[in-house]
Design a binder for this molecule. Sequence first.
Ligand code: UD1
Length: 357
Amino acid sequence: MTAPIALFFGTRPQVIKASVLREALAATGPVVAVDTGQHYDYSMHQVHYDQLGVQAPDAFLGVGSGSHAEQTAAILTACESWLAAHPVRAAVVIGDTNTTMACALAAAKRRIPIAHVEAGLRAADRLMAEEINRRVTDAVAHWLFAPCGRVAAVLRQEHPEAVVAEVGDVAHDVLVRALPQAPAPEAIPGYDAGWRGRFVYATLHRAELVDVPARLGPVIEALSGSPLPVLLAAHPRTAVALERLGIRLGAMVHRIQPVGYLQSLTLTQAAAVVVTDSGGLQREAYWLGRPCVTVRGETEWVETVELGANRLLPPEQADQLASAITAAANDGREWDRGAYGDGNAAARIAALLAPSP
Ligand code: UD1
């Protein structure tokens, strides 16, 4: 009998992407789903299982948080023990989190072939946590699944030893399927029907922004002076930082808990502008035709900027955020939405990983 393929995930965006990958992999052979438990709050984790109708994982490693070293070490150890007890023919990891890298390393040390979904994205900041995670993962993976041709070309140069395939973006697959179930904006606590779509949907979570008071303070101040009301869905890291630093939100900023995936799609689609540092939200805004201001000096999703959907604003230039929001809100341009595949990435990945007959 063919050994199963293992699918590892553990953070909010990975639970979402794993939903389609698990189903596609299951259509070609046995699959076991392993949730590391890196994210654990209901609003960061279980809500996505519930909304996307995802079955409970086959294994839950319950690692929780800690410093980067503690978290990575906990996942590495737990994943190694799990792999020692459960023979698998390959390990699939997604994206660029501590879960991605630690599960890839645990599998590599056991000589289990690794497939990296969302491989090859690169930032100039080589020491950003996510950048370390994806470079290390790409270095040990056998299959590198790229979301677009530009990224596949980078990977072929960097890793001639690996199997590189341009498959599209699994996040697009999820969006296409889930969009019909997205609720009306009026059903989302914190949304004001009187805004009539003239609002900003904002999320901030990256350590490089949130954990640096000299960046977070001015960005929040700029949001407080936004020309449009701002709905800020605060990630736990952001909530803690705001509390710790005693940063007050201006009257224009309405803070809410992290929202579920479906609510996030609704708010993105309903907003005049999205302001974020999230890679996922940059693409979702791009697919849904909403202009985005990314509060970073760079993006891994360069096509969104080249096509006019996304503009970069480094936190150091937070004083220009209000004018960037106005410019984005008044832009009105349409763009080609096909940069990252056609919504069938998971099926392509599953076909490439299918057990030989
Ligand atoms: C992680 C990923 C990032 C991804 C993001 C999506 C890494 C290095 N980073 O960042 O690439 O874009 O997830 O959200 O893996 N916390 C809670 N409840 C939770 C989860 C986290 O309170 O359910 C707290 C943790 O205690 C920690 C902080 O939030 O203090 C950050 O969590 P962590 O898992 O370290 O990274 P993220 O910022 O979520």
